[in-house]
Design a protein around this ligand. Structure first.
Ligand code: GDP
Length: 376
């Protein structure tokens, strides 16, 4: 009996002691992180706990705002080259496979033509390239695959355009900001492009104001504001469904007041009727120009939409004076020939290409890099 009481007492003692230890451990786990970790948590992280990417403080020690430091635009295409090669490699390989044949007969040239057409290069430019290459092979007596490859590289680069001016016209005159209107059908990546362009300009040391004149798509202005906040850029917004032209006007006004370098205006891309689009975009441009001249009109085209994208380009070019093209989602299609086709169609250069979903996956376009990635 006494033994039983003794055993029970010992068991109870073990339980109490174990419980106490468990409590201390659990408390320990709930303890707050050390103060240096807390110091690193800034206001923005508290407001945006879902923030997906790492960011740096603008001024070490300032501690109240965190602003990302975007990657410099120069060299981005080199970083993204692997993605370009992955998406466009089959076109390059197809062309090189035909050219490395010992006998370049009619069937081989036809195959070359088909490969270019399948990559959306377009009929005119394709015929032109094949004819030029055929002549060179004959006149220069090219019979070595390496020489043929070099000739193809040359001709492709010529087609894409080595001497086109692809600089973003973002410099204003008379102390006013440069004004860039970004137009295109919704879903092409227009708002994303405006956000990414802000990063390109900020990386270049420019001050920027964003104008959320796409007042028709519910989330567009919110989305744009978030892009802006990430790099410390102010976004001028209007009421949902409000007048896009007045948002454009106010954003340029704000840019002038603040002495900002560039104002980027996102526009609505409802392609309902050509007349409607003309009214809308034409009005935005007219009203904005009461403040300062528009220095660039960038048309955003989704590279994966092929011929449909070209049809959109045609309509927009009739409505506004497009001065540059941004080709998005080039990472998602093997039809990179659209670069050539769309430049021909509009007579304006591709200035930027989108090669992924990352914040800095928008790169200034470079014909030589493009052709090199294509041919490996
Ligand atoms: P908007 O309606 O034209 O303003 O289109 P959004 O800017 O909202 O973009 C539509 C979708 O396209 C988003 O999911 C973007 O992340 C995506 N997107 C934009 N550019 C690219 C790109 O270059 N590559 C890929 N893969 N996706 C992109």
């Amino acid at each position: 009996m006494t033994t039983l009481v003794l055993v029970l007492l010992i068991a109870a003692g073990v339980l109490v002691l174990g419980g106490g230890i468990a409590l201390v451990v659990a408390r320990g786990r709930r303890e707050l992180p050390p103060t240096d970790v807390l110091d690193a948590i800034t206001e923005e992280e508290i407001e945006h706990p879902e923030h997906p990417e790492p960011h740096l403080e603008d001024e070490p020690g300032a501690g109240t705002t965190t602003i990302e430091r975007p990657e410099a635009a120069e060299g981005r295409l080199v970083r993204l080259r692997a993605r370009l090669a992955r998406s466009q490699g089959s076109l390059g390989k197809g062309l090189l496979a035909v050219l490395s044949r010992a006998d370049l007969d009619d069937a081989a040239w036809e195959e070359l033509e088909d490969t270019l057409l399948a990559a959306d290069v377009g009929v005119g430019p394709t015929t032109e390239l094949v004819e030029k290459l055929r002549t060179r092979v004959r006149v220069e007596g090219i019979d070595d695959p390496e020489q043929a490859k070099a000739a193809l590289r040359d001709e492709l680069a010529g087609l894409v355009g080595l001497d086109l001016d692809r600089t973003l016209r973002a410099t204003g005159a008379d102390g006013k900001p440069g004004v860039v209107l970004v137009v295109g059908v919704n879903g092409t990546g227009k708002t994303t492009t405006v956000g990414r362009l802000a990063r390109v300009l900020v990386a270049d040391g420019k001050s920027v104001v964003l104008g959320a004149a796409d007042t028709f798509r519910a989330a567009a202005s919110e989305q744009l504001q978030t892009w802006g906040e990430r790099v410390g850029v102010h976004t001028v917004r209007g009421p949902e469904g409000g007048d896009p032209a007045s948002v454009g006007f106010e954003s340029v006004q704000k840019g002038i007041e603040d002495g900002t370098d560039v104002v980027l205006v996102d526009t609505a891309g409802r392609l309902h009727t050509k007349a409607g689009l003309m009214d809308e975009l034409g009005k935005v441009k007219r009203v904005v120009e009461k403040q300062a001249p528009v220095t660039e009109v960038l048309l955003v085209i989704d590279a994966t939409t092929g011929q449909n994208g070209l049809a959109q380009a045609r309509v927009f070019a009739e409505v506004v004076d497009v001065t540059g093209i941004v080709l998005t989602k080039l990472d998602g299609t093997a039809k990179g020939g659209i670069v050539v086709a769309v430049q021909r169609e509009l007579g304006v250069p591709v200035k930027f290409v989108g090669l992924g979903e990352g914040a800095d996956d928008l790169a200034p376009f470079d014909a030589e890099e493009f052709v090199d990635a294509l041919l490996g």
